[in-house]
Design a protein around this ligand. Structure first.
Ligand code: GDP
Ligand code: MG
Length: 446
């Protein structure tokens, strides 16, 4: 048994830390990839320095190259910069409708970015998925056909559009839209504004005035993914002059890698809420930071390779733990690192499953109330002990227990409960270990 386990550990043991040189080399590659993906230069610099900070000194995963490992770190940094990351991966940040009806949504952006199309897409989604009564209103009085374009889209989406009245200003149209929406009990009013080919004062004034008058719950900046480096200026200008609550990135069905998303998010701090992925009204997608990150970096294969290798290390650590349990050498220190592994590996019973002859005990352990808050509190309690106490909890006196409890934000009862649970577990492990030995004599690993 131990021979077999040692083999695994030899192959997977961390062989040290990533060096400056490893990181510098990989950083060059990463910088080029990000620039090719149209991420704005200041944002690239920022990401690269974050990566360097995190990568130098990181434990090396033996089965992948340092460069590959840095790429995985870059990927994690990108996911975070895009609003994702550990614990953030719940529902994508869709449009918020948490306001009194009718909820105004303002669509802003440069001409041709996809505002009108996206208005139709959002209307369709709100009608079909959220069962909302939606009114579309075009405030675009600059392009002759703009209001008709929105009317056509509204019909396709099966929602109402504000009747067109010639000669009104955007502000007048907006006021009329809100009035109609209140009178006819609409849930949502989508206000589609005009754009210009480039940012100008008149455009900003007009949008800002409409915003002040309607006080929209969401002000969505619509930006073409192909905009590349210009996305930063556009996003900054709109955010400073008008203020935005979210970003919709369109034309992700094209071959742009989507670096604009990263730049815009970095500059405005506003979340990317939706993606436009085609001309059809159905082509609206939720934003998933990890997907765009891997598209920007274009190294998805390497990222999953490293993830797999890291998982294997977790597994190897779990096996090491199982071996310790079997020898009856499991102490509170091990229990604490075990608590950290839970979540990554699934559960303690997952690790115990690696021990031979465990069936019945496993069920027993699963019944033991191992919920997450409890585990966290227990980890904190163990953290407040000295290493000596962790190896030999029997030396703990009442006064120490009190201090440990205080240090961990727990009660003395919590400390006692932990010690009792640990005692029970150790006893169980000793029994299991005997069973396991019998199992081994019958031949082999579990
Ligand atoms: P606006 O000037 O911002 O209102 O832009 P429009 O909504 O009129 O869109 C301009 C053009 O881009 C139209 O031909 C749309 O069909 C097209 N378009 C909009 N969104 C997307 C998208 O996500 N993907 C693709 N391929 N085309 C889009
Ligand atoms: Mg338009």
């Amino acid at each position: 048994l131990s021979g077999k386990l040692n083999g695994v550990f030899d192959r997977l043991r961390r062989r040290g830390a990533l060096t400056e040189a490893d990181v510098a080399e990989a950083s060059r590659e990463v910088r080029i990839a990000l620039l090719e993906a149209d991420v704005a230069l200041p944002v690239v610099k920022d990401i690269v320095s974050k990566v360097r900070e995190r990568a130098v000194g990181a434990n090396v995963i033996k089965s992948v190259s340092p460069a590959q490992q840095v790429i995985k770190i870059v990927n994690d940094c990108l996911v975070e910069a895009l609003g994702g990351g550990e614990g953030v991966e719940q529902a994508p940040p869709g449009i918020s409708l948490q306001a009194a009806s009718p909820v105004p949504i303002l669509m802003i952006g440069l001409q041709g970015s996809g505002k009108t199309t996206t208005s139709g897409k959002i209307a369709l989604r709100l009608r079909t998925r959220d069962k909302k009564k939606v009114l579309l209103a075009s405030l675009d009085v600059h392009r002759p056909a703009a209001q008709l374009q929105l009317e056509t889209l509204a019909k396709q989406a099966g929602v109402a559009s504000l009747p067109i009245v010639a000669g009104q200003t955007p502000l007048q149209i907006a006021a009329r839209a809100m009035e109609v929406a209140r009178g006819e009990l609409y849930d949502v009013v989508i206000l589609d504004t005009a754009g210009r080919l480039s940012i100008d004062e008149a455009l900003m004034d007009e949008v800002a005035a409409v915003k002040a008058a309607t006080r929209p719950h969401e002000s969505l900046l619509v930006v073409d993914a192909m905009t590349g480096q210009d996305a930063v200026q556009t996003a900054r200008a709109f955010n400073e002059r008008v203020g935005i609550t979210g970003i919709v990135m369109t034309r992700v069905d094209g071959d742009a890698r989507g670096g604009a998303a990263l730049s815009m998010r970095a500059v405005t701090g506003a979340p990317i809420k939706l993606l436009g992925a085609g001309e059809k009204l159905e082509a609206l997608e939720d934003f998933h930071p990890d997907r765009i990150a891997s598209r920007i970096l274009g190294m998805g294969d390497i990222v999953s390779l490293v993830e797999k290798a890291a998982e294997t290390i977790d597994r190897a650590e779990a096996e090491k733990m199982a071996a310790k349990m079997q020898k009856g050498q499991f102490d509170l220190e091990d229990y604490a690192s075990q608590l950290k592994q839970i979540g990554k590996m699934g559960s303690l019973s997952g690790i115990l499953g690696m021990l031979p002859g465990i069936g019945k005990m496993k069920a027993q352990l699963e019944n033991a109330n191992l919920d997450n808050t409890l585990l966290k509190r227990q980890a904190a309690i163990i953290g407040s002990m000295t290493p000596k106490e962790r190896r030999n909890p029997d030396i703990l006196k009442a006064s120490r227990k009190k201090r440990i409890a205080a240090g961990a934000g727990a009660t003395v009862q919590d400390v006692n409960r932990l010690l009792k649970q640990f005692d029970d577990m150790s006893a169980m492990m000793k029994r299991m270990s005997k069973l396991g030995q019998k199992g081994l004599m019958r031949g082999g690993l579990g």
